[in-house]
Design a protein around this ligand. Structure first.
Ligand SMILES: [Fe+2]
Ligand SMILES: [Fe+2]
Length: 145
């Protein structure tokens, strides 16, 4: 089924954000160290796998709409201590949530309820990711951005 080019472009931008998130979380998993790393490194790995499932769903949808799924990652941040990593991850989640909500609106306006529903489910999971980093960062007693 030939999809709306605006929806395909928007989904490719979502896919690039997901690929960037996979890489960022993986790199944090590989390189994070410090006192809390035993607790936090597995969370980076698990979240990276969640992002991979998102990438897969979005790529399959692009392919179904006869678009070409992108292989380009959005810019990823690396380095710093665990707190900096979690702040960078939180910022990434906030950016994704904001953009994905515009894609939900676009899909709604285009009458593409399947894309809208998929993006609503993905946003709900990004909100859980953001909540996870907010919760851990708040325990450090410092102010969030
Ligand atoms: Fe995601
Ligand atoms: Fe996420």
């Amino acid at each position: 089924m030939k999809g709306n080019p605006k929806i395909i472009d928007a989904l490719n931008k979502v896919l690039e954000l997901e690929i960037g998130a996979i890489l960022q979380y993986l790199h944090h998993h590989w390189t994070g160290d410090g006192m809390e790393s035993a607790a936090i490194l597995p969370l980076f790995e698990k979240t990276s796998m969640d992002e991979m499932k998102h990438a897969e769903r979005v790529a399959e949808r692009i392919n179904f709409l006869e678009g070409d799924p992108s292989l380009k990652p959005a810019p990823a941040k690396k380095g710093g201590d665990l707190r900096k990593m979690m702040l960078d991850d939180l910022e990434g989640e906030y950016g994704a949530i904001e953009y994905y909500k515009t894609v939900i609106k676009l899909a709604d306006e285009a009458g593409d309820s399947t894309t809208r529903l998929m993006m609503e489910e993905i946003v709900a999971q990004e909100e859980e990711h953001a909540d996870l980093w907010e919760t851990i960062l708040q325990k450090t007693g410092k102010k969030l951005p």
